[in-house]
Ligand binder design. Structure first.
Ligand code: GDP
Length: 474
């Protein structure tokens, strides 16, 4: 505020109007600082931060730290419907996986990899081939984190649309870096600069304008500039320092699974650490199995699968769920015991855990435990959203901060429920209804959806929750 010579409350206001609820004592990240500065007409110079300490992710154990090797990035493509996600996935695959190659036609197993040369080295990128943030967040709702980098496809003839904004919220909530593919630049009506301009409103400022987001103009249909896009993915992957220890027993996540009449349970496993081998004994979610055979994304029988690669596995005793974690074990008895223990735990946690409710939050606030209230706001029209955001801004947020994950007009959808479940958020529906199936999904996932049609009532409840005064409903 000093550097920009504007009041600190002005900064809070600028961000609130952009859908970001921040408090006066909060630290902002660099893209947000740039965003505020741009609004105030000030240019920001950024410096590279000190090399970050090596990250220990859920999948990497302390014992692995000495044996880490680079692994390929795992990429998900997101964006508004018809902006070209499927076309982009197809043309990357076609351009990089030669038809004559072993296995010929690639088969759909939920992921595919491409090989490319980068700085004189053979590198790979793995694409999850169910595009969209719905699949991404459904996985997260189950606790899985599989995506390293999100490609946000925005059609240059259409610009930022509701699902573009949703995809940005979902990727940001998961703290996954975003690369923007400005698609359909072959079209006469294409206005790539307008897309870039629009994206700055959502915290994505292109590098050439002083921001940190890589934006690549492409034509998915003509295959134009795809090599640049792939290069950029590898560049971001390098910064992210994606590592795994290939010399240990595998663990990772189930990305697809189904029952095949002839083969039995078939599951696609994404290896996130270690190497998976035929004959391995594993537990996936609450399912036990011994790997009988593995097929890769090029329909080849393989005997091993390395970190970041996906393989279709036969030999499980049941069908696990997409998003379940899997892990290889030395000992069959131990594995079986764990599988049944997991089944029990899953049942328990479904009953008890992870349920975030406004009254629960109120109780936490009373104990002084609450630091942050995650909200998803769905309302009938944009006007209501602005009115609600304006009023939320008036609520003092010294002790607890309101973090708005998404504010959009429309019904409460399954995707909103997944985002809430994945991020521990409460959903506020204002003058709106549930999309079909969403009420049931909310019950299943234990997501608190509060419906209002009077703004002051909504504010009263939120303020009450933050102050620890909200009475539990009977
Ligand atoms: P999705 O819904 O995001 O998966 O979009 P699709 O990949 O199905 O593409 C939607 C439509 O846009 C299709 O008719 C595609 O042929 C078209 N399309 C996709 N990419 C391009 C492009 O780069 N240029 C042009 N002109 N059309 C494209």
């Amino acid at each position: 505020s000093e550097a920009l010579t504007i009041a600190d409350t002005e900064i809070v206001k600028i961000l609130f109007l952009k859908g970001m609820a921040v408090s006066i004592t909060q630290n902002l990240d660099v893209p947000t600082v740039i965003l505020v500065a741009n609004e105030a007409g000030v240019e920001v110079e950024t410096q590279e931060p000190e090399a970050e300490a090596r990250k220990v992710t859920e999948m990497i154990d302390l014992e692995d730290l000495e044996y880490l090797h680079r692994r390929p990035p795992v990429v998900t493509i997101m964006g508004h419907v018809d902006h070209g996600k499927t076309t982009l996935l197809d043309s990357i695959r076609k351009s990089k996986v030669a038809a004559g190659e072993a296995g010929g036609i690639t088969q759909h197993i939920g992921a595919y990899h491409v090989d490319l040369e980068h700085n004189d080295k053979q590198e790979q990128i793995v694409f999850l081939d169910t595009p969209g943030h719905e699949a991404f967040t459904a996985m997260r709702a189950r606790g899985a984190r599989v995506t390293d980098i999100a490609i946000l496809v925005v059609a240059a003839d259409d610009g930022v649309r509701p699902q573009t904004i949703e995809a940005i919220s979902h990727a940001q909530a998961a703290k996954v870096p975003i690369i923007v593919a400005v698609n359909k630049i072959d079209k006469e009506e294409a206005q790539p600069d307008r897309v870039k301009q629009e994206l700055t409103q959502y915290g994505l400022t292109p590098e050439e304008w002083g921001g940190e987001t890589i934006m690549v103009p492409v034509s998915a249909i003509k295959g134009e500039n795809l090599d640049t896009l792939l290069e950029m993915i590898l560049l971001v992957a390098e910064v992210e320092e994606l590592n795994a220890n290939p010399d240990r027993m595998a663990k990772g996540t189930v990305i697809e699974a189904h029952l095949d009449k002839a083969k039995g349970a078939v599951a696609t496993l994404l290896i996130q650490n270690g190497t998976l081998k035929v004959g391995d004994i594993l537990v996936a979610g609450s399912v036990f199995g011994k790997v009988r055979a593995m097929v890769d994304d090029r329909s080849e029988r393989v005997t091993t699968a390395a970190p970041s690669f996906a393989v279709e596995v036969l030999g499980l005793n049941d069908v696990p769920a997409a998003g379940d974690e899997f892990e290889v074990f030395n000992n069959e008895k131990e594995a079986r015991a764990l599988a049944s223990e997991r089944a029990e735990k899953q049942r328990q946690s479904r009953l008890m855990q992870g349920r975030v409710t406004l009254t629960g939050i109120s109780a936490q606030a009373q104990e002084g435990e609450l630091k942050e209230l995650n909200l998803i706001l769905k309302a009938d029209v944009q006007g209501s959203i602005e009115a609600i955001l304006g009023s939320l801004q008036q609520i003092p947020q010294n002790e607890v901060q309101i973090r708005l994950l998404l504010a959009a007009p429309g019904e409460v959808t399954q995707t909103d429920i997944d985002l809430a479940a994945a991020s521990g958020a409460v959903i506020i529906g204002f003058n709106t209804t549930y999309a079909s199936g969403a009420r049931h999904a909310a019950d299943e996932a234990g997501v608190d959806v509060r419906e209002y049609n009077i703004i002051y009532k909504l504010l009263e409840d939120i303020q009450g929750a933050l102050e620890g005064l909200l009475e539990p409903e009977l």
